[in-house]
Write a protein that binds this ligand. Structure first.
Ligand SMILES: O=C(O)CCC(=O)C(=O)O
Ligand SMILES: [Fe+2]
Ligand SMILES: [Mn+2]
Length: 235
């Protein structure tokens, strides 16, 4: 199982640090302490190297804030935490795409979680799109991060949809072979993100370390974060 999950990710060499950056202005910033950055409108959750790129690639990237309620997050945690707690976070595989994580897959869910997942599937995937059966669950330690990689085209199809639990985080997309083209997505706690087509095939994605977690000039503290990821199958 570990092997299959690892095969899902094709790692890419980290690119040189791109801080500081010039970001377009306009987002508001205050909000409740819980997901510290809300309320932001969904279109304010994406910034990038140019307006054109945000517009063009933005059609293939979605971030939906507040996709699940606190109760639904609680239901997912209740179902996932017992199994996750039996595993240790892995920090020592330097060749892995992910540092400081434990992960699992789940096929069968209780009713409350199944309801959430069917909502994810219905917004992310076209009718009849064949899905990868098991849902992928990735638990990142506060000190964990995901290095730039592209999900395997052999095992995964055109669309990746992920819920973020427990923490806000920043997902960075960087065009393969053209590192000056990038998008940063602010993924608030309890949001859903969807990557499609070019955003999924031609751009690496990564989750920033806590200490690099700055969006639009705004510090976004990264806590332990759990993602629940649905994928479709390659055609
Ligand atoms: O945690 C996430 O949202 C993304 C995980 C990921 O990129 C992967 O497992 O390939
Ligand atoms: Fe990935
Ligand atoms: Mn992924």
């Amino acid at each position: 199982m570990k092997l299959l999950l690892t095969l899902v990710r094709r790692i890419h060499k980290p690119h040189p640090c791109r801080f500081p950056r010039c970001l377009s202005s306009g987002a508001g910033s205050s909000g409740p302490a819980d997901s510290g950055l809300l309320p932001l409108r969904d279109e304010e959750l994406i910034v990038g190297s140019s307006r054109q790129l945000v517009q063009r690639l933005g059609a293939q990237v979605e971030v939906r804030a507040d996709f699940i309620s606190e109760e639904e997050e609680g239901a997912l945690m209740q179902e996932l935490e017992p199994g996750l707690r039996k595993k240790r976070y892995e920090f020592d595989h330097w060749d892995d795409a992910i540092h400081g994580y434990r992960e699992t897959e789940r096929v069968k869910w209780g009713a409350a979680c199944e309801e959430v997942l069917s909502r994810v599937r219905s917004v992310a995937f076209g009718e009849g799109s064949p899905l990868l059966g098991p849902v992928h669950v990735l638990d990142l330690d506060k000190a964990g991060y995901i290095k730039p990689h592209i999900d395997s085209v052999k095992f995964c199809g055109s669309t990746i949809a992920g819920l973020s639990l427990l923490s806000d985080s920043i997902m960075r997309l960087v065009k393969e072979g053209a590192p000056s083209e990038w998008l940063d997505l602010l993924l608030p706690r309890r949001s859903l993100y969807i990557l499609r087509d070019q955003a999924r095939y031609d751009f690496t994605h990564e989750i920033l370390k806590d200490e690099e977690s700055v969006f639009h000039g705004l510090r976004v503290p990264r806590q332990r974060r759990i993602s629940v990821i649905c994928r479709n199958l390659p055609v």
